[in-house]
Design a protein around this ligand. Structure first.
Ligand SMILES: [Zn+2]
Ligand SMILES: [Zn+2]
Length: 166
């Protein structure tokens, strides 16, 4: 798979049970398949040398980096703040549910978790700013029910509670 930002070849790595693709030769961005990032977004989860190393990479993101296309689907990805993190912009593909993180963003996500109140305010603003976001989340929930292969079910439901308003 090619890095959506710099086009270097990405290599598969294992962050302690979480499979990712890393742009090791290029910008050091990290690709997470659908639900893989969820497993890593809180402190003390995941392990291993590769993850430790990735958490030490410097942040290179350019807030102004233009949107990129999903390396899996080829569709434009959407830049938004990651669900529970302050001011960390991630790229999400609404089709396959994958995330691309620029170098350094994984650490920022783990270091900057929102409180429940902040999360609620943020989710509401996201719903009104980006109408397709709510729809996309609902589609993913449906896909998930069919799939039934997800471990972090309760945490995902909690996040989607705010997003879908159920
Ligand atoms: Zn890259
Ligand atoms: Zn995609």
């Amino acid at each position: 798979m090619k890095c959506p930002v710099c086009s270097a070849a990405m290599v598969e790595e294992d962050f302690g049970g979480v499979k990712v693709d890393v742009c090791r030769q290029g910008c050091k961005g990290i690709w997470f398949d659908w639900m893989e990032l969820e497993k890593l977004d809180e402190n003390n989860e995941g392990c291993g040398k590769a993850l430790k190393e990735a958490l030490n990479w410097q942040r290179v993101n350019d807030e102004g980096r233009p949107p990129v296309d999903c390396p899996k689907c080829g569709l434009p990805m959407h830049i938004h703040i990651y669900k529970s993190s302050k001011e960390i912009n991630v790229d999400e593909c609404y089709k396959c549910g994958g995330f691309f993180l620029d170098s350094g963003e994984l650490k920022l996500i783990r270091d900057n978790t929102m409180t429940d109140e902040e999360l609620e305010v943020y989710a509401e603003s996201l719903m009104s700013d980006v109408p397709e976001f709510g729809k996309a989340q609902q589609d993913l929930v449906k896909m998930k029910r069919r799939n039934d292969a997800i471990r972090n079910y309760t945490r995902f439901l909690r996040a989607s509670y705010y997003i879908t308003g159920r």
